[in-house]
Design a protein around this ligand. Structure first.
Ligand code: ADP
Ligand code: ZN
Length: 812
């Protein structure tokens, strides 16, 4: 916009340009009406409110307030207010303005509410609802199930970029009221107006979308004077609305933006989706698809567990299933773990579908906003995303897919502590669509659901192309006394021969840093984080101690902080040290390390993986980041440097996690023409998790592990709610948790077992002391009622916070 036009804009608008939070009202009724109808309405103030009755608006907040508060919608508000929009309302004693979500609009307030005390909605923040009826219902369910407030659940649904309207700006647009439009059509006004004014009206009349003052001045080659004159005559109105950044006119937005402006910062696959040949499905894939087809074609809730070994071609089945629902004009949501959301994965979907939206946490707010809007406008066929994509605002959902459904990253570890897989199943049920859970190592919860007949199990026991599962050798580290580093002699030899034969190697070590602990040889003191009860990890590159729980750093002490002994012992092996060991052992081979230390900058993940794919990198070592989903045919050796890192944690899922990690990383080899080999180093070679992973024996593992779970009443045989009390004052936290436990005991039903309270395995995190307890019950409903009731009656005192974790997946 040039200066003159900017000035023209300003002349027409005495109001300062609004920011995202406070939006001036449209200046006439007609404008609101037009704009609202066009879906462009953006905000409204409430200057001309008239006292009167409702409608009444139910509002919830992103705070632990488990109530729907009632507000009155004044004249202006009531025309546009709908459930699913955000509103600004006074809250609490001081009437401070707060943003909340409108969840209902009723003609009458609740009976018990005194009308005089009902406050007004101050402002409506969104032109259209951000959340539809279905999502309101789903979040209501989440609030009940995960013991959070409805507002907290709603807030998780809408990405921050959408809330902030990121990537847009507000502009002022000229609108022709409908009546004038009709007159113009009849050419009645033409003769009575000066030519410039007529030209302005004509320009607006011809345009499908509202134009700014600057647009019109440019098109008609006039100043703002004729526009102002028309406005005084009431022949046109102005309205403020939002547009994507850098586009001054929505008309041009139409021309210049592709239907889906998503590819810009993502991988773009130039070839048309149809141009790509589809592989002929293997017999197993075809059978699986056949079993899915009735549900895909008729719709209706139908949960499936696709249990396919690594390399069995599950993704191909998802793609074919999605094609079927897309062919019916429906949309699919595919959830993958955050670390699997690589360009490689996204490309597989973009090749097959023209309109793919991606939602993940590394996107800018503006990008997320664009993708979200595209989905909401019905312009997307497939949404691929991490956890929160389960809330993608699809219009006509036809299928939900959760790949690697066993992954713990689907669980959110902040309020609302939902599990995306479980929310996906619930969403599928509420919307009446099929849902596919896929994994080579299903969670025991899903496995059990399949055994009970709740899910249909579809097995894909063989690899594509008749490839064999790799052979797995176990190296007992107790016999490898000579091995000072991370690589035992057999592993080193296997690496040498794999390299000699031109193969590539993946090495898993699920610990980053150089040394994993620093200990005093005299008094046994372990150097911990200042803020957490956690051993600090030594990072040699930066010569610093880092806490892997809170990321705090501390200098390496020169003497023992406990007894003052001058020399400390550094021990344990992390990925940094393994990398150095590999360089020493194979000086002429390019190795790259992939962990959260080396993968900080955007694109680094893709860069390493493409170098590995090209064969420039021969050895890829890293944490669990490299264990999952990678599909490189030339990998002939996988080494698990230490299979025991998670085996002895105080968590009933320790064995399951170990099994999954070893089985998944083993699955990264033997995916090409040459057979794969896996070497697993462990101090517990006889452990069930290790033994069965070595045999690719999921069923054996499940059969042995499930009775143990049943014995203790833990998932999948019982529900757990974990309560963690935390606060800076250790004794206050413990005292409160004792009281809370007593209250639970007093209220408990016979079917509910209480364990604890006890100090949490990690006693202190970020200077907050932690005490926890567990409630266990075969069913979830009694737990829900009990937890909501008891915690509601026993609010935590000042300085203590209680975290309620329903279906917890971490016990530390
Ligand atoms: P999974 O997800 O079960 O580990 P993928 O879907 O990644 O397996 O498939 C493994 C490999 O086999 C991929 O490289 C994929 O392109 C290939 N593949 C899958 N299905 C077929 C098929 N029907 N014909 C040929 N190749 C296939
Ligand atoms: Zn810490």
């Amino acid at each position: 916009m040039n200066v003159t036009n900017a000035k023209a804009d300003a002349e027409l608008h005495d109001r300062a340009s609004g920011d995202a939070k406070s939006i001036p009202t449209a200046d006439a009724d007609g404008d609101e009406h037009v704009a609202a109808r066009q879906g462009t309405w953006f905000g409204i103030s409430n200057d001309d409110r008239t006292p009167g009755d409702g409608p009444f608006v139910g509002v919830v907040f992103n705070r632990p307030i488990d109530q729907v508060l009632t507000y009155r919608a004044s004249n202006l508000v009531k025309r546009i207010i709908q459930p699913g929009q955000r509103v600004r309302v006074p809250l609490g004693r001081g009437d401070r303005l707060a943003v909340g979500y409108c969840v209902r609009v009723d003609a009458l307030p609740p009976d018990d509410l005194e009308r005089a005390r009902i406050k007004d909605v101050v402002e409506v923040l969104d032109p259209l609802p951000l959340i539809d009826r279905k999502m309101l219902d789903l979040t209501r369910w989440m609030a009940d199930y995960y013991a959070c407030s409805w507002g907290q659940a709603l807030d998780a649904v809408v990405p921050a970029g959408v809330k902030k309207h990121a990537g847009t700006r507000i502009g002022t647009f000229l609108i022709l009221p409908e009546s004038i439009r009709a007159d113009l059509a009849a050419e009645m006004l033409k003769r009575r107006l000066p030519p410039k004014q007529t030209a302005v009206l004509e320009a607006l009349f011809r345009s499908d979308e509202p134009l700014t003052v600057a647009d019109v001045c440019r098109m008609v080659k006039c100043t703002a004077v004729p526009i102002q004159a028309l406005r005084k005559l009431g022949l046109l109105h102005t309205v403020r609305r939002r547009l994507p950044v850098g586009l001054s006119s929505p008309a041009r937005a139409h021309e210049e933006r592709p239907a889906l402006p998503v590819a810009e910062t993502q991988v773009r696959d130039a070839s048309a989706p149809e141009a790509r040949p589809r592989p002929t499905l293997t017999a197993e894939q075809a059978t699986t698809l056949e079993r899915l087809t009735p549900a895909l074609e008729s719709g209706g809730f139908a949960p499936f567990l696709v249990h396919g070994v690594t390399g069995s071609g599950k993704t191909e089945v998802y793609l074919a299933a999605i094609e079927k629902v897309v062919a019916r004009g429906r949309e699919a949501i595919v959830l993958v773990p955050e670390i699997s959301l690589t360009p490689q994965t996204i490309r597989r979907f973009r090749r097959r579908f023209a309109q793919v939206a991606v939602l993940h946490s590394h996107m800018s707010d503006a990008e997320r906003h664009r993708h979200w809007q595209s989905i909401a406008s019905g312009g997307v066929q497939v949404v691929v995303g991490a956890r929160s994509a389960v809330f993608a605002p699809t219009r006509r959902l036809g299928l939900l897919v959760i790949d690697e459904e066993h992954e713990s990253s689907f669980k959110q570890e902040t309020t609302p502590r939902y599990h995306a897989r479980d929310v996906a199943v619930k969403r599928a049920q509420m919307e009446g669509v099929p849902v596919l859970l896929g994994s080579a190592t299903p969670s025991l919860e899903s496995w059990h659901n399949a055994e009970r007949g709740r899910y249909t199990r579809l097995a894909m026991p063989s690899r594509v192309g008749g490839r064999a599962m790799p052979t797995v050798e176990i190296i007992d580290l107790r016999d490898e006394k000579a091995a000072l580093g991370g690589l035992s002699e057999p592993l080193r030899q296997a690496m040498a021969s794999a390299l000699d034969l031109g193969g590539q190697i993946i090495l898993l070590l699920n610990r980053r840093g150089f040394h994993t602990f620093v200990i005093c040889p005299r008094c046994g003191h372990v150097v911990k984080c200042h803020a957490c009860d956690v051993a600090a990890t030594y990072h040699k590159v930066r010569h610093i101690l880092i806490c892997h729980t809170c990321d705090a750093e501390r200098a390496c002490p020169s003497a023992c902080p406990g007894c003052g002994a001058p020399a400390l012992h550094y021990g344990g092996i992390g990925t940094e040290r393994l990398e150095r060991e590999i360089h020493t052992a194979f000086p002429n081979v390019v190795a790259r390390r992939m962990d959260s230390d080396t993968m900080r900058s955007p694109g680094s993940h893709e860069q390493v993986l493409s170098a590995f794919k090209a064969g420039d990198v021969r050895i890829l070592l890293g944490t669990q980041m490299i264990a999952k989903g990678l599909d490189f045919p030339n990998v002939t050796l996988v080494g698990v440097v230490n299979a025991d890192t998670a085996l002895h944690l105080p968590d009933f899922r320790a064995a399951e996690r170990t099994f999954q990690l070893v089985a998944q990383v083993a699955g990264r080899t033997g995916r090409g023409d040459r057979p794969g080999r896996v070497i697993v180093q462990t101090y517990s070679p006889d452990h069930l998790a290790i033994r069965s992973a070595a045999k690719h024996g999921y069923e054996e593992f499940a059969q042995c592990e499930l009775p143990e779970r049943e014995k203790y009443g833990v998932p999948p045989y019982g529900r757990i709610v974990r309560l963690i009390g935390r606060g800076p004052d250790e004794s206050a936290v413990f005292a409160y948790m004792k009281d809370l436990a007593a209250a639970f005991r007093a209220a408990a039903l016979p079917s509910v077992r209480l364990l604890g309270p006890a100090p949490a395995p990690i006693l202190k995190i970020r200077n907050l002391y932690r005490s926890h307890m567990q409630l266990r019950c075969p069913n979830s409903r009694p737990l829900q009622l009990l937890v909501n009731g008891v915690t509601g009656r026993h609010p935590a005192p000042h300085g203590i916070e209680v975290v309620i974790d329903v279906d917890p997946i971490t016990m530390l």
